[in-house]
Ligand binder design. Structure first.
Ligand SMILES: [Fe+2]
Length: 115
C-alpha cells in the first residue's frame, strides 16, 4: 500500500515552462485533438521528464474531470502499463478539462486546459 496521501493536497502545476524536473515528472500533460466523435483527450505523465514505472514507484491512477465532474478514470499497474491514457469526450467549448494523477510516493498532481 502506498504512503502517499490519496486525499491529500493536489499539486497544480500551471506553468510547465518554469517548473523543475520533479514537477515536470509528475504534472500530467494534456493533449486535445478534434475527432469525429468529439475531443480526443490524451493525458501523459512524464511527457518531458520520464517518471519511474517500477513496482516501488509508479503512477497508480489518472482521472479526467470536466469542470468539477469526474468523467473518466484509469487504474494503472507498474511495468505492464505506461501512464498514457486517451478518451473521447463531449464537452461544451470553454470547459476546463483537468487531469489528476496519483504517484504512489509523491501524491496528487494536476494540470488544467480550457477546451
Ligand atoms: Fe513519483
Amino acid at each position: 500500500m502506498s504512503d502517499a496521501p490519496i486525499l491529500g493536497p493536489v499539486n497544480l502545476v500551471s506553468d510547465r515552462e518554469s517548473a523543475g524536473d520533479f514537477e515536470k515528472k509528475h504534472a500530467p500533460y494534456i493533449d486535445v485533438d478534434e475527432v469525429d466523435e468529439g475531443l480526443l483527450v490524451t493525458v501523459t505523465v512524464g511527457w518531458d521528464v520520464p517518471h519511474p514505472n517500477q513496482p516501488d514507484h509508479y503512477i497508480t491512477w489518472i482521472e479526467i474531470f470536466a469542470g468539477d465532474a469526474p468523467i473518466a478514470r484509469f487504474d494503472l499497474s507498474p511495468v505492464a502499463t505506461a501512464p498514457v491514457v486517451s478518451v473521447v469526450v463531449n464537452v461544451d467549448p470553454g470547459t476546463v478539462v483537468r487531469a489528476v494523477e496519483h504517484c504512489n510516493l509523491h501524491g496528487l498532481w494536476a494540470t488544467e486546459v480550457t477546451v
